[in-house]
Design a protein around this ligand. Structure first.
Ligand SMILES: Cc1cc2nc3c(=O)[nH]c(=O)nc-3n(C[C@H](O)[C@H](O)[C@H](O)COP(=O)(O)O)c2cc1C
Length: 215
C-alpha cells in the first residue's frame, strides 16, 4: 500500500514539504509506504487544450518537458494521493495548478476511486481556498476526499516556520492516519468482493441552446 505526496511548492524544503512530511510519517507509522515527489522549480506548461491526450487515449500529455507524465505514472501506481501547495494570492501555486490541469485531463481515468486530499500552507490567509481548489480535482474524478481534524491547512511563512503551528501539524498527522485507515478499509472491501461502481458514459450538457447559436 502506497501513498504519493506531491509537493507543489517551488521550495523543495519549505513549509509545504514539512507539512507533507508529517502526514507521510503518520502513514509510515501505520505501515503504509509514502513517497514525496517534488514538482521542482523549473517551467511547467499549462494545458493548451489540444485534446491529443483524449484522442490518443494513452493517459499521457503531449508535453514531456516537465514532471507531468512521470507524476501521472507515479500517482496511477499509488493507492492514495496527497497534494500540497503553498498559498499564492489566496489560491494554490500557479505551477501546481498548471500541472494538475494536465495530469487530470490526460491521466484522470487512472486515478479514479483513489482516496486523496489537498493540503495548503499559508502565511496568513487563503489556505482553505487553496486546499478546496486542489480537492476539486479529486471530487470531479470520483476520488474520495479524506478528511482530518480541521481543514487540510497549516501556517508559516519562511521555510520551517510551520513547525510552530502545532495544530497544523496535528491536522497533517491525523490526515495521514485517516488516509491509512481508509486504504486498509478499501483493501478489506476489495477482499470481500466489493469493487468500485461501473462508470456510466458521461452526459455532457453545456448550458447552451443550440437554436440560439448564430451560425
Ligand atoms: C507569490 C506569493 C504569493 C503569496 N500569497 C500568499 C497569500 O495569498 N496568502 C498567504 O497567507 N501567504 C501567501 N504567500 C506566502 C506563502 O504561502 C508562505 O510563505 C508559505 O509558507 C510558502 O510555502 P513553501 O515554504 O512550501 O513554499 C505568498 C508567497 C508568494 C511567494
Amino acid at each position: 500500500m502506497k501513498v504519493l505526496l506531491i509537493n507543489g511548492s517551488p521550495r523543495m524544503a519549505g513549509n509545504t514539504a514539512r507539512a507533507l512530511q508529517e502526514a507521510a510519517a503518520a502513514l509510515q507509522a501505520e505501515g503504509v509506504e509514502a513517497e514525496v515527489a517534488w514538482i521542482g522549480n523549473k517551467e511547467i506548461r499549462g494545458c493548451i487544450a489540444c485534446g491529443i491526450c483524449g484522442k490518443k487515449g494513452d493517459n499521457r500529455c503531449v508535453f514531456d518537458s516537465d514532471p507531468c507524465n512521470e507524476l501521472i505514472r507515479k500517482a496511477a501506481a499509488a493507492d492514495g494521493l496527497i497534494v500540497g501547495s503553498p498559498v499564492y494570492y489566496a489560491g494554490a501555486a500557479g505551477s501546481l495548478i498548471a500541472l494538475l490541469d494536465r495530469m487530470f485531463y490526460a491521466g484522470g481515468s487512472l486515478l479514479r476511486f483513489k482516496p486523496a486530499a489537498g493540503v495548503a500552507v499559508a502565511r496568513r490567509a487563503g489556505a482553505i481556498e487553496a486546499a478546496d481548489q486542489i480537492n476539486k480535482y479529486f471530487q470531479i474524478n470520483s476520488m474520495p476526499v479524506v478528511g482530518t481534524s480541521y481543514w487540510g491547512i497549516a501556517f508559516g511563512r519562511t521555510p520551517g516556520e510551520v513547525e510552530g503551528d502545532g495544530e497544523g501539524l496535528h491536522t497533517m498527522r491525523t490526515l495521514g492516519r485517516n488516509m491509512a485507515w481508509l486504504l486498509k478499509s478499501l483493501e478489506a472491501a476489495r477482499e470481500a468482493g466489493i469493487t468500485p461502481p461501473e462508470i456510466e458514459p458521461k452526459v455532457m450538457t453545456n448550458y447552451v441552446r443550440e437554436d440560439a447559436l448564430e451560425r
